[in-house]
Structure formats: C-alpha cells, structure tokens
Design a protein around this ligand. Sequence first.
Ligand SMILES: [Zn+2]
Length: 250
Amino acid sequence: MKINFLNCFTCIARIPSTWHTGTLCLLVKTEQGLVLIDTGPGLEDYIHRPGILRLFQVITKVPLRSEETAVRQVIRLGYKPEDVQNVVLSHMHFDHCGGLPDFPWASVHVHQREYKAFLGWPWHLTQMAYVHRHIAHNPKVVSYTDRGETWLGLPAIQLPFQPEMWLVPLFGHTHGHCGVAIRTGNTWHFHVADAGPVALEDYAPRWLIRFVLGPHTDNLRVFAAAHPQLRITTGHMWLDFFDTNKAVSM
Ligand SMILES: [Zn+2]
C-alpha cells in the first residue's frame, strides 16, 4: 500500500505574498488498483480556462503548469492513466475535480449531496466554483448517502476499497463536502480537504475561515489532538509540504 502526495495546482497569493500553497491530491495504491482522491484542474482547463479560474488568477498568481495535472503526474510516476479506475472526490469545485475528463473511464465516488449541488441550480455562492463541463464526458458516478456507519466516532461511509477507506461528511465548504480517511497500517491518514485551513493553522481571521471553509476547524483540531497517531492533511497545503512529503508506504 502506498499513498503518493501530489501537488496538482500551485497558488501563490498576491496578499499576503507569503501564502504559497499546492492543492493536495492523493494517489492511493489499493487492491482495486489506483484510487485518486481529488484531481486538481485538468488538461483542458489549461487550454480553455474556466471563468472561475480566471477569477482565481485575479487574487492569486497561478503558475498554470500543465505538468501539475494529475494525469501527467500519474504518468511520471510510471503508471498508465488507465490504471486510475476510481476517483474519490472531497467536493466538486474546479480545483478538485477538473481532472475528471483526463480519466474518462474512471468511476467517480462522491457524496450524493455534493453531486446534487453540482447538478442543481447555483443558488449559493459556493456553487460558483463548479464547472459543468468537468462531467461532460458522462462518467460513471457512484454517489453515497449516510448508512449509519461511523469511523473513529464520526459519521462516515465506507468506500469499496482495500485498504479500508471512508468518506467522512464535513459539510459546509460546499453542500456535500467530505473528508477521506485511509487506513495506513495500524493508523490512518485523514484528508479533511477544504473543511479546514491550510494544515489546520491559524493564519487568517476565524470568521473568514468559517465563512469560506465551514464550521469544522475547531472540532477537527480537537479530533486531531484526541488521535495523535492520525496524520491529517488539508486540501491546500503549504508548498514545502510537497518537498518533504512525496509518499508514504506501508
Ligand atoms: Zn473548494
């Protein structure tokens, strides 16, 4: 079992200019083949930039290097794109699912609330970052709802992969946003995606974090403190994370 940590989208904030982040996607080697957790933007996004990406470029400097796409990184790691038969999405914002068309054969695993919000009328600000062409290739979507299961005491939904993997609802940043927990030997990697600020650090006013990312930050810190063996990552990590964390194997 192995998890590769991929930076699939570098963003350098204009103010403050010290905020350099990469969008973390996880490539997990499972008994069912490679599972990609979030995709970053896709190749097409670099050619025809969606409006939301152009808006992003106003507030951040985005290098827009297509080598950062998940598909290019999968190839550089020595795999074929077809080896990725399953993609799990924390949520469907363009910077987390734009790469779906680069893996058109892959089944897409996502919470039903998120998929419905993506397909629905954009009545909420958070839906502005959905780009409908990201599923124009009509992928097989496997959507999940609560089945009363729990993971480490949190409501969660088990995904059909080995090692054990759970979709952990953390609604707020988007309507159906989820984290993903992956068993790593006798402990877990918990990717909370955009439910918490970069590396769960206090670098912005709390009201702003709550407004943009939802209500979970404090609870996630308590959860992390109660489970010190857990490794927790967020959807956007400081760039140096990727220099020192290429992969974990067990
Ligand atoms: Zn997002």
